[in-house]
Each structure stands twice: as C-alpha cells, then as structure tokens.
Write a protein that binds this ligand. Structure first.
Ligand SMILES: Nc1ncnc2c1ncn2[C@@H]1O[C@H](COP(=O)(O)OP(=O)(O)OP(=O)(O)O)[C@@H](O)[C@H]1O
Ligand SMILES: [Mg+2]
Length: 451
C-alpha cells in the first residue's frame, strides 16, 4: 500500500515542489495551507505521515499538534521548521512530534525521515498488538507438508520448542524460517508471553542498536525521551532476530553480551537491565562461512547455534509440492470466493519446477495462476514463466549439459536474466524470484549489479 502524507505548509512554492517530488516517489500527498484546513482534512482521513510547518498563518504548529494527535493518533508527525526555530522544533518533539526537518531541506533527507518514521510506526503497531494480547491463529495450521523430511522437521520443532534453548534457524529464502520461529514460540512454555520480531536487515546500524536495547533520553539527537528496547518488550517471551547474518560487528558484541549474561544497557545508559528472553535467530546465509571469512563472530555463532534447525529446500522434498499446492489452492479459492483447480498439465509442470524461491515462490505462483485463469481449471497458459533453473526433457533427463559454476555464479546469472525479462523492474523481479525486494537489493549490491 502506498504511504499517505498530509503536508501542512503555507509556503506555496515549497509545498508545490516537495509535493510534486514526493508524488514522483509514489507517495500519496495531500496539501493544505493552514492549521484549520489540516484539522478538517484529518477528520476525514488519517494519513500515515503529517508534515507540519511550525509557522502557519492561523496557529503555530505547536498549538495544533495536540489536536492532530487526538484526531489521528496513528499518524507520524514530522515538523518542518525554518532556520532559527530549532528550539521550538525541539519543543514540538517533546510534545509528541516524531521528528523535525529544517527547511529548505533536500528531498532525500526528507525521505529518509519519512521512512524512519514509518519503521517506528510499524514497530509501534506490532507492540500494541502484543499489548492487547492478540495471539495470532495457531501457526501449525498453516505449516503443511507430507515428506519424510517435513515430518522430521516438525518432530524436531516440537522437541526443541519445549527445551527453551536458543535456536538458529537456517534454510534458503522462502522455505519457512519465519513460520518455524513462530511455531517454536507457540509450542514452548512462553506461548502466552510476547513474541517480538526484529528485522535486523531493515534497520540501519544505529537504529538497530537502539531498537534492540532502547536508549536514554538525550542519548543522541532526537532522543527526546528514554525508550525501552525490544529485549525489554519481549521480557518473559521470545525475541526473533530475523536475518541475523546482516548485523554489524558492534551489534554482534552487544548481542553476545545479552546472551551470556541476560543483561544489557540502554544506549547512553549505565545501569544494567536484567531480562528473561528466549532468543531465536534466522538467516538464509551460510553463517559458518561468514565466520570463516571473519565477517561474523565465532563466539556469537556458537552461542546462537546451541540448537540449529535447518529447513531443507522445497526441491529436495518433492512430495510436499502437491500437498502445498492443494493447500494454497484452498486458501486462495476461499479468499477469492471461487472454486478453481489445477489441471493435470499445469500440475505436472509445477511438480517439475525446482522452486528456488521455495514455498513463498510456490504460493505466489498458485495465487497468480488462479488470478490469471478465467475458467475453473488452471492450464499451462496460466502459469508464469517458471525459472529456467533445470529444464528437463520429456524422459525426466536434464536437457543438454548443465552449466558448471558456483551457486553464486548461477544465482547472479539468473537474477540478471529475470531482471532483463521484467525490463529492470525490481519489484516485479523480486516477486518472480520469490524473494523480498530488500533481499533482491542486497543481492544486486553483492553482485555489483546496482547501476
Ligand atoms: N510448510 C509450509 N506450509 C505452508 N506455508 C508455508 C510453509 N513454509 C513456508 N510457508 C509460507 O511461505 C512463505 C515464506 O515463509 P517464511 O516467511 O517463513 O520464509 P523464510 O524462510 O523466513 O524466508 P526469508 O529467508 O525470505 O525470510 C510464508 O508465507 C509462509 O507462510
Ligand atoms: Mg523470513
């Protein structure tokens, strides 16, 4: 969904330019020129972000802020200030604005602030779900499979769940690491306590530390009040560190310390905080390899790896494929209110595919096929072009010689091919590859494919 922004500023030139620029970055922008109009607009719709000029013709930004908070508590408010009014900007931050930006500011800085405020918003939503005690439906109900490997995996998960130990979950992208983490929590003794997910790769370095460990008031610019860390939020429950392979050396040190002593300090703080938290971590990278390359601390690796659960790729558990297809056909039929089925030819084609994006790719393919199919039987023509991974001849033999090369080389070539096929559209490429856009971005930079 696109991010909506309400821009409140009486400076017509600034407003016009910024709104146009932000729209080009595909934000949905509404502009108004006074406090009065802003409030009227907020009574109708609540945007994700409000950009609020401090000096408005009818009222100051500071005066309308409390009313904005009342009308639209979920919106993030970023103050826009002219030169020389930093003091009132800081006051505004105290009064509940999220951040402030000094005008005139470059667009990319404004965008960074907007993005950061959205990250915070997402975090708050998650926390407030936890506080309201909403427990999601039993994750086991949506973890299906029938292969011996899958059964072994489920057995292992059940056993490890009750052990309360730290677990490192490995496996290729889209194979179910997130689901396994939820299951471990739901089946353990902490199931009634919080389950907190930290997307390690989504937050930039400084922000990750302060999210994990919290900070003291004044620890850095903009830290207007002390904030508890996610380790405190997760107290008594489980913290799930997703994409742990991406964390910086400094954060690795801090994590090791919590794992060893169950204590930590706020950023900028001196007192020790004691917590009781179970740590689960996941990565689709070869963490042991990163350790050998000196990019991940070995002591942290061994500490996390107390128990490891590795989810086998979908292509190695072929009997799960039809079961998963049937499951997702049911799920999407129900969601779309239709009753379609997969025809024999399409079914055979799906069974032969090697699923580099694993279950995530499979569910997107099934969803797409059901959407494309206008009748009630999905045929080959409704399937997307499936990766050319390993085309097989009619007798099941690989057609032609397999290209030799490292996995990374193949991956790079495949990523390039997909990008070409979708004319460089990254969002689309990520969907075809069955990975997140963030993940794709990382691969592109790894392979120096970013222009
Ligand atoms: N065995 C399964 N049965 C049903 N759905 C599954 C299964 N495994 C994974 N899924 C679904 O596939 C999608 C991807 O799973 P998940 O997000 O857990 O993958 P992941 O391993 O964490 O991937 P990434 O490394 O990209 O984060 C999710 O929508 C999940 O619900
Ligand atoms: Mg995941």
């Amino acid at each position: 969904m696109k991010t909506s922004i309400l821009m409140v500023d009486d400076d017509e030139a600034f407003r016009g330019v910024m709104a146009a620029e932000l729209r080009r970055q595909s934000y949905v922008v509404t502009t108004v020129a006074s406090a009065e109009e802003a409030l009227r607009s907020l009574e109708r719709t609540q945007p994700d972000v409000v950009l609020l000029d401090l000096r408005l013709p009818d009222k100051t930004g500071l005066e309308v802020l409390p009313r904005i908070r009342e009308l639209s508590p979920a919106s993030e408010v970023i103050m826009l200030t002219g030169h020389g009014s930093i003091d009132s900007a800081i006051e505004a931050v105290r009064a509940g604005a999220f951040d402030y930006v000094t005008k005139p500011c470059p667009l990319d800085e404004l965008e960074v602030r907007i993005q950061r405020s959205l990250e915070r918003q997402a975090l708050r939503r998650r926390t407030s779900l936890l506080e309201r005690g909403l427990t999601p439906a039993d994750p086991a109900a949506s973890f299906v499979g029938d292969s011996p490997e899958f059964r072994r995996l489920v057995g292992l998960v059940e056993r490890v769940a009750v052990s309360d130990s730290t677990v490192l979950i490995g496996g290729e992208t889209g194979c179910g690491k997130g689901v396994v983490a939820r299951l471990l929590h739901a089946r353990g003794s902490r199931s009634q306590r919080p389950f907190v997910v930290v997307e390690c790769a989504a937050l930039q370095e400084g922000l990750l530390q302060s999210e994990l460990f919290g900070h003291e008031r004044g620890a850095f610019t903009g830290a207007d009040r002390a904030k508890p860390g996610l380790f405190e939020v997760a107290h008594g429950g489980t913290i799930f560190l997703d994409e742990i392979g991406e964390i910086s050396p400094a954060t690795q040190v801090s994590l090791l310390r919590v794992l060893d002593t169950a204590t930590f300090r706020h950023v900028g703080g001196t007192s020790e905080i004691q917590v009781d938290v179970r740590v689960l971590a996941a990565t689709n990278r070869d963490l042991a390899g990163l350790v050998r390359q000196g990019r991940f601390r070995s002591d942290l690796f061994y500490r996390l790896n107390t128990v490891s659960i590795t989810i086998p790729p979908l292509r190695t558990r072929a009997t799960d494929i039809p079961v998963l297809i049937a499951h997702y056909v049911r799920v999407f039929n129900e969601r779309f209110g239709v009753r379609k089925r997969i025809g024999a030819a399409a079914s055979a084609r799906l069974q032969r595919h090697d699923w580099p994006g694993n279950v995530r790719e499979l569910l997107h393919v099934v969803e797409g096929a059901l959407v494309m199919c206008e009748g009630d039987e999905v045929g080959l023509e409704h399937l997307p072009t499936l990766g050319q991974g390993s085309p097989r001849g009619p007798d099941g033999e690989a057609a032609g010689p397999e290209p030799l090369g490292t996995l990374a080389e193949l991956e790079r070539a495949h990523v390039e091919r997909v990008l070409r096929a979708v004319a460089g559209h990254r969002g689309q490429a990520a969907r075809v590859l069955g990975i997140s856009e963030r993940n794709l971005y990382r691969k592109l930079s790894e392979y120096s494919l970013l222009e």
